[in-house]
Design a protein around this ligand. Structure first.
Ligand SMILES: NC(=O)c1ccc[n+]([C@@H]2O[C@H](COP(=O)([O-])OP(=O)(O)OC[C@H]3O[C@@H](n4cnc5c(N)ncnc54)[C@H](OP(=O)(O)O)[C@@H]3O)[C@@H](O)[C@H]2O)c1
Length: 227
């Protein structure tokens, strides 16, 4: 059965990229990119990712197996417009997805067809619509919400996510774009509960997988009253 999954690499202090790049300069030279490259270095060094990108070399290790597993599980992707824009050039003519990608945006654009089975369809009627279109295109495999954080956060908030995977990298960035940031619309007296279903620990990353159970009220306990 199709699950809606998301995975993000984050620093120990919860950042998925450095401080947001807003100026005119090159994104690739920005502090946002520097933070992003640090937390995803384990991916770009993994043989499974390099093979998908047509790059030689890479490390054949447990991290690489996890990258391969993620690609194999996804039948379609949902992506935020900033991530899609940032990847458009570096992913090249044969992006690593090899599946339909639905880009959530307010800016209409023609479908972009790439080699190897990847297409980018720009969806302007919201995240739920994008997830539904991806579900229809996933052929029974999973819908992977590929990022960035703004999108993953909303999918979690909206109760559309079945599984969240965090790849926690042992670095402290101190500032940047935080995944589970202040302002997440959960409600003051409720939380989003998750059940951990897998932990894989490697020298470079701790891979945490959770099933998302959903919102639940926070109850005041009666500690100290004694029975
Ligand atoms: N650490 C990781 O694992 C990881 C993974 C992926 C990406 N990243 C990094 O994350 C950063 C990008 O993430 P981000 O959080 O800034 O942006 P994002 O989620 O990629 O994209 C945000 C954009 O998506 C569109 N959007 C979001 N919600 C929408 C909605 N409800 N309705 C319509 N459009 C909506 C808007 O585009 P419009 O402005 O066009 O309306 C918005 O500006 C990059 O630095 C990237 O490298 C990190």
């Amino acid at each position: 059965m199709t699950k809606v999954t998301a995975q993000m690499s984050v620093s120990l202090d919860g950042y998925y990229a450095g401080p947001q790049h807003t100026g005119d300069g090159d994104w690739i030279r920005s502090a946002e990119a520097a933070g992003f490259f640090r937390v995803t270095r384990w991916v770009t060094d993994a043989m499974a990712w390099r093979e998908r990108q047509g790059f030689a070399g890479g490390e054949a290790n447990q991290d690489s197996e996890i990258v391969a597993e993620s690609f194999a599980a996804a039948g379609a992707y949902v992506m935020g417009r900033r991530m899609a824009d940032g990847g458009e050039v570096p992913w090249g003519e044969e992006p690593p997805f090899r599946a339909p990608v639905f880009v959530v945006t307010h800016r209409p654009r023609e479908v972009l067809h790439r080699g190897g089975g990847t297409s980018f369809t720009y969806v302007t009627d919201g995240i739920a619509a994008a997830v539904e279109r991806a579900r229809g295109a996933a052929g029974g495999k999973d819908v992977a919400v590929a990022g960035g954080g703004a999108l993953v956060r909303q999918v979690l908030e909206a109760g559309l996510l079945d599984q969240l995977e965090l790849h926690v990298v042992p670095v402290v960035l101190g500032s940047g774009m935080r995944l589970l940031a202040d302002g997440l619309d959960v409600g003051e007296r409720s939380g989003i509960e998750l059940t951990p279903t897998r932990v894989v620990h490697t020298p470079r990353v701790t891979h945490l997988r959770y099933t998302v159970d959903g919102r639940a009220p926070l109850v005041l306990d009666d500690r100290g009253r004694g029975a």
